[in-house]
Design a protein around this ligand. Sequence first.
Ligand code: 6R9
Length: 642
Amino acid sequence: MSQSYAPTPEFTEQAVGQAALYDEAAADHQGFWARQARERISWDTDFEQALDWSQAPFATWFAGGRLNASVNCVDRHVDAGNGDRVAIHFEGEGGDTRTITYADLQKEVAKAANALTELGVGHGDRVAIYLPMIPEAVIAMLACARLGAPHSVVFGGFSAEALHTRIADADAKVVITADGQFRRGKPAPLKAAVDAAIDHGDDESPVETVLVVQRAQNDVEWVEGRDRWWHDVVDGQSETHEAQAHDAEHPLFILYTSGTTGKPKGIFHTTGGYLTQVAYTNAVVHDLHPESDVYWCTADIGWVTGHSYIVYGPLANGATQVLYEGTPNTPHEGRFWEIVQKYGVSILYTAPTAIRTFMKWGDDIPAKYDLSSIRVLGSVGEPINPEAWRWYREHIGGGTAPIVDTWWQTETGGIMISPLPGVTELEPGSAQRPIPGISAEILDDEGQPFTEPEKVGYLVLTKPWPAMLRGIWGDPERYKDTYWSRFGPEYYFAGDGAKYDEAGNIWLLGRVDDVMNVSGHRLSTAEIESALVSHSSVAEAAVVGAADETTGQAVCAFVILREGAEDAGDETVQELREHVAKEIGPIAKPRQVMVVPELPKTRSGKIMRRLLKDVAENREVGDVTTLADSSVMQLIQDGLKE
Ligand code: 6R9
């Protein structure tokens, strides 16, 4: 049995999360969530019912309720007398800083909402946001929420091609971007990708206006009549804005995530339930005390973690947080710890891939800084291996900080499985158990729930939850097929393998579908395969996620070249890697590209990725009997040895 870690009495005494919450939620699931919604969120009109599941799997939470998410995240804190509290300590990559109080944020959001109104954005219109990690990203999201215009944030590392697909799918009429962003000390262009995404050639773009924040001062091309500078349109607006309340089920945002096919899914979330769950989880899981904590979530705003645990959760709770633009090693490998020391960060939420990178850089780096302000640590994005967990607690958490390993997804909107600090005895490597209000089980291949320890099955969620996705934008059938058909309509299929240990803790074991997890980012094998075959030299491609010490998984591609295409060795490999980066974004760039004569296929023509994974992970190749041609694996391996 591995060592577990009991909470200290001092921590338990002050903890926001309480053991009694488990019993309360088990006794009355809907009553529990109704209480969270009323206590943590301000409603213009109270709701009549917590959950309506009569149209399952399409849920209605808090029917009849009306609220404004932006008012909940900003104005009500000012009204409560906390206008002087810092909302955001912004730290630019180059060391430039901005301090934004809740009163400042209220003015900035009002100005941006007035500007968007002037640009013709109204209730229900979609706005794409393609920005670096600067305060305007938060302000733009809150301005959209204020108007009831669902935002679709696209990660700034995605390519013009990826941006084009997302703009078209959501039919966005405005794109908010920046001239450029700072990356590793240099300005990198950003607006150029927006220009290319709009001027795509194949169809007419829905985009009427591109609003451009000046950040990196790099040269940009300008389309008169379409492009407007943020400072020209926003700065002169009135600092007040009268917000309307929106229906609890009004769409708040769309966020695209990789699925098992090449086409990304537009996961959409609504207002009341989402805000309730992110506020609740940020309080009880991160043990947030808004009046005294300094909170820092290191995710990018382009991912769901940035939406839920930089923007909506912490701001709904009135937290003070750090927003950092740059990378962990610019200008030096102690940058994160310098920031923790400078602002007195007390709650840090980051990803296992970052933790493993810090381990590699060495213990002496964090040791140079005063990290004594830290009292809670969080992990998200992929399983955290026990070794990294212990290193994190020891070297960042002073040997005492509780670590919350939080399992959730873009689709779940908020944290689902996690320990509660001060309540749970911690087991490194396990996300442990569903938080109060959430129910999960593990099913076998036949769809039967089981509890035997160490047996591997599929994680499912057994009760609707407030922040659940309400669908896939424009594709209700895909929503039903993907999540509610594998084990029948009463089980939400998460796509993750899982097991219990002897103590009943849940261990998440990674994806069971064709989705990879690289540095905590979801990438689909099909999407990268289709990028590869879009290159003129490639006939066929198969992509697998192979185990990688730092990034969790790494993208490994096997390609068959077209007749007549020359295999120029390393040059071909580099060209194909760059091609994927251009088509999807640098995060999708394969670690390895292997040119092979054949791919292993079953008789029905399905590529057996399991066998390719064996090759990519340097293992003996497994059972080949179901292959149409069992000699193919030998052929592949012989070719690679040459
Ligand atoms: C929040 C986020 C979701 C997938 C999920 C799972 C993996 C996330 C995890 C974890 C083990 C954890 N995942 N957190 N696996 N332990 N604590 O990451 O959302 O980008 O949609 O990814 O990430 O495989 O299914 P998203």
